[in-house]
Every structure is written in structure tokens, then in C-alpha cells.
Write a protein of this length. Structure first.
Length: 69
């Protein structure tokens, strides 16, 4: 009986995750492009501090373009 309950619970969990997928397409205004993004980690110890500058782009663009200069 315990094995049957485990199998039923696993099937319910799998069906929940398989069913809850939806495409997310936000409506973003095109006026907010080319904004400066400052991203980093400030380490107060002995390690190095990392800061990356980039610009915002199109929402569907997956490449990160670093800010040069």
C-alpha cells in the first residue's frame, strides 16, 4: 500500500509541473532602451571586487553587451 501511495504522489507531482507551463510575453515599452546597468560584487575581504557595466537591450535579445570604455 505504501508503494502505491508513493507512485500516486509522484504522478501527481509530475502532472502538476508538466501542466503549469505558459509562455510569458510581457508588454514592454521600447522607450526604455540603452539604459546603463551596473552589476557587481564588492568584496571587503582579501578577494577581488567584480563590477560589470552593460546597457539594456531588446527583451528578446539574450546576449549581454558590455559597456566599453
Amino acid at each position: 500500500m505504501k508503494k502505491v501511495n508513493t507512485i500516486v504522489a509522484a504522478m501527481v507531482i509530475i502532472l502538476m509541473f508538466a501542466h503549469c507551463k505558459q509562455v510569458y510575453d510581457p508588454q514592454i515599452a521600447a522607450a526604455n532602451t540603452r539604459l546603463l546597468v551596473v552589476e557587481g560584487f564588492i568584496n571587503s575581504g582579501a578577494g577581488s571586487t567584480t563590477i560589470r557595466l552593460s546597457r539594456t537591450g531588446d527583451f528578446k535579445d539574450t546576449a549581454i553587451r558590455p559597456e566599453l570604455g
